[in-house]
Design a protein around this ligand. Structure first.
Ligand code: KG4
Ligand code: ZN
Length: 333
């Protein structure tokens, strides 16, 4: 089965062609340079860049593999709506022109399922999804059957990385913090653990963002490159501790799950991955993380989620389906 997947919900324009579980072609254009001057993703610029780049990526992929396509999938949300509309509408139009089914995919489902392209992960399993817009624990009971058992009460984990990076003058955010942290001392600054007395699997990141701002100002951290390195190491270590501590409560609420997936852009962080390796050994669960390029946004996760849906006899999306800026994972429509 050959599936074309398109991702355009944030700042990566990405197109992927898969044949069952094999990736035939996967092209991603990162819009980092378009957004650098602004220190963060500007929705209008992102939408225009998708409009500019996606047709060329599609042309390259389709020219390289002149195969009969069985289905076309695109991110239908959640995400920056201007960008989502670009890829979503291209996919719909192509499906009409080629006479093949169209699948509007939930971006979060793509993040969670892509781990199964690389390893055999039986359901039910527990997933921690940590991205720019989301931080949640999800019990995957089956394809299309997701139970969100914990989530952030305010900001997302990725947003906390992004805002802190911006205060430090670093871009692109999470990745730069990880790079600078390698050169720093994680014991240099003490950041607070949020909600220390709440024994549940919900997150709160707004307090740590605020604490970061106060520390950066108080210690004039931006004025000394070594202070920036130390601060990045301390911040990253605290973020890892928060994620790991909430994961134990999540496992308590995920009976029958022996497999644990971490996914989304923040899961690309190798320090956080290492902390979860220890955690998984301690808790006797099998940890799964897709390769870094498949943690951050990519077209393969959209094509692959579509493949899983087809295998599980889930029907295509109607052509009048509308894209959704917000789309909780536990609601199908
Ligand atoms: O999944 P993703 O690519 O896009 C969304 O769906 O939001 O996640 C992007 C988020 C951003 O907040 C970015 O700063 C963060 O993932 N991120 C990282 C790393 N790479 C990306 N955070 C920490 N360490 C990284 N290496
Ligand atoms: Zn994403």
């Amino acid at each position: 089965m050959i599936i074309l997947g398109i991702e355009s919900s944030c700042d990566e324009s990405s197109v992927c062609l898969i044949e069952d579980k094999n990736i035939l072609a996967h092209l991603t254009y990162s819009q980092i340079e378009e957004h650098r001057a602004w220190g963060g993703v500007v929705p209008e610029i992102a939408a225009r860049a998708h409009l500019d780049k996606l047709p060329l990526l599609l042309q390259k992929v389709l020219d390289a593999y002149q195969k009969k396509i069985d289905a076309i999938a695109a991110t239908a949300g959640p995400g920056l709506i201007g960008g989502v509309m670009v890829g979503f509408n291209m996919a719909k139009a192509m499906s009409v022109a080629m006479g093949v089914p169209f699948y509007g995919i939930n971006h979060l489902e793509g993040h969670i399922l892509i781990a199964r392209l690389f390893a055999s992960i039986p359901v039910p399993f527990l997933a921690l999804l940590v991205s720019g817009g989301h931080s949640q624990f999800v019990v995957v009971r089956g394809i299309g059957t997701y139970e969100v058992i914990g989530q952030t009460l305010d900001d997302s984990c990725g947003e906390c990385f992004d805002k802190t990076a911006k205060m430090l003058g670093l871009f692109p955010s999470g990745k730069s913090i990880e790079e600078r942290a390698k050169l720093g001392d994680s014991a240099a600054y003490k950041l607070p653990m949020p909600r220390p007395h709440d024994k549940d699997c919900h997150f709160s990141f707004s307090g740590i963002k605020n604490a970061a701002r106060l520390l950066i100002e108080e210690h004039q951290i931006t004025e000394d490159p070594q202070k920036i390195n130390d601060f990045c190491a301390s911040f990253q270590d605290t973020m890892a501790k928060i994620l790991v501590s909430r994961a134990s409560y999540a496992l308590n609420n995920a009976s029958g799950c022996h497999d644990f997936v971490i996914c989304g852009g923040v899961a690309a962080n190798t320090y956080i991955q290492e902390r979860f390796e220890h955690f998984s050994k301690e808790h006797h669960v099998n940890l799964h993380v897709a390769p870094c390029a498949f943690c951050t946004d990519n077209g393969a996760m959209i094509a692959y989620a579509c493949y899983e849906r087809i295998l599980h006899h889930i029907p295509p999306s109607p052509l009048d389906m509308l894209p959704r800026p917000r789309w909780p994972l536990d609601t199908e429509k």
